[in-house]
Design a protein around this ligand. Structure first.
Ligand code: PLP
Length: 398
């Protein structure tokens, strides 16, 4: 019940036990095409270039940034948690001139604040995390595309933590590049990064195309602004997933089976239904921790559905409670980073773990462990408050 990775859906695990086939086997190319189509639904996009980057979520981030940004290009990163720092770091390593604006963790920027920074720095790329798992809040993306269009800026967002559990629509939001991971609301293991790129982003990336030696044709040239990474060269990766089937990396077939199943699960459930499920169980967990008498961290107006940060009560050992929950109940909850380290726990209700039994069991266990650690908790207050949320939801649905 941490902030991800979480228990994988058993269907995903079963899909990943399928036999391997070569990457040019018609069964594999069909699986790749099917995966592209499924992720167009998940991202709610018509983008042709919707595919998987092999590697964990940060592989997707790195592929997007290193392929869009050439050394010396300006990038603006609004930072409101750990993963904004990661975007900054990756853009810096790509040789970009990086400008940042920062806000206190647990809060987000207004569109006006971001526009002021765009005006001041004239970046080529605005790179912003959607839901920052480290703080549990999500930056509203509405209005950013209009700002970017006005100033000729490309817009990238990392939806690793939010996709599947919170409303999101890449095309409606006008995004140029979006990357994700499987290990949160998608209910899979880490190791594959679904991503999508708008025609505008594709044009920028294709302008840097340089096919590697050994497979390049005599007419293929090396671009002046060749992408600095071979593995994350999206221009080659597009041709690998596209009709050319350009030989690039050896497909991580098992991860592809897993990623395809994650998307299938969401599409079968219905994207809106999945978001509602995360909203319901997230609300029950939040009510439950408050029912125990605990305090929730962060601006609730922009809190993600799938994770809650809980202030560790004074005098209670955060690691001691986590250790006992794990040892005695087999329940893992998350610690925190940076300014929140030692101050909050993060409890997830995402993917396969966004379930009533998981929420109620966690709250019951947390109450017992907290009491053993000397915290004043309301007896039965956690499970009771969560039950009320479920009852209200049932009454509302009638
Ligand atoms: C918002 C966000 N971005 C990026 C990452 C990095 O993901 P990975 O560890 O899969 O590379 C994470 C991981 O938790 C995340 O929450």
């Amino acid at each position: 019940m941490g902030p991800g990775p979480i228990n994988a859906d058993p269907r995903v695990l079963r899909a990943m036990s399928a036999q391997l086939v070569g990457q040019y086997d018609p069964a594999m190319t069909e699986a790749m095409n099917e995966t592209m189509a499924l992720y167009r639904e998940v991202f709610r996009t018509g983008n042709e270039q919707t595919l998987l980057i092999d590697g964990t979520s940060r592989a997707g981030i790195e592929a997007a940034i290193v392929s869009l940004v050439a050394p010396g290009d300006r990038v603006l990163v609004p930072i409101f948690g750990r993963f904004g720092h990661l975007l900054r770091e990756i853009a810096e390593r790509a040789g970009a001139e990086v400008h940042v604006i920062e806000r206190e963790w647990g809060t987000v920027f207004t569109a006006a604040e971001i526009e002021a920074a765009v005006r001041e720095t004239s970046p080529k790329l605005l790179a912003v995390v959607h839901g920052d798992t480290s703080t549990t809040v999500a930056q509203p993306l509405e209005g950013l595309a209009e700002i970017c269009a006005k100033h000729g800026v490309l817009l990238y967002t990392d939806v690793t933590a939010s996709l599947g559990g919170n409303s999101f629509a890449a095309d409606e939001l006008g995004l140029d590049a979006v990357t994700a991971g499987l290990q949160k609301c998608l209910g899979g293991p880490s190791g594959s990064a679904p991503a999508t790129f708008s025609p505008r982003a594709v044009e920028v990336i294709e302008g840097r195309k340089s096919i590697e030696a050994g497979i390049a044709g005599s007419a293929d040239e090396i671009a002046a602004t060749r992408i600095r990474s071979n593995y994350f060269d999206l221009a080659m990766i597009f041709d690998y997933w596209g009709e050319k089937r350009l030989n690039h990396h050896t497909e991580a077939t098992t991860m592809l089976y897993g990623a395809r199943e994650c998307a299938l699960l969401l599409v079968e459930e219905g994207l809106d239904a999945a978001v509602n499920r995360h909203r319901l169980h997230g609300a029950a967990m939040l009510a439950g921790v408050e029912g125990l008498g605990l305090t929730v961290f962060g601006d609730r107006a922009v809190k993600m559905n799938n994770v809650v940060a809980v202030v560790i009560p004074d005098g209670v050992s955060g690691d001691g409670v986590r250790g006992e929950l794990l040892e005695d109940f087999g329940i893992e909850i998350g610690t925190s980073f940076g300014p929140l380290h030692g101050k909050v726990w993060r409890i997830g209700t995402m993917g396969y773990n966004a379930r009533k039994d998981a929420v109620l069991t966690t709250l019951a266990a947390l109450e017992q462990v907290l009491r053993r650690h000397g915290a004043a908790v309301t007896a039965g207050g956690g499970v009771g408050a969560a039950y009320e949320v479920y009852q209200d939801a049932r009454a509302g649905a009638r």
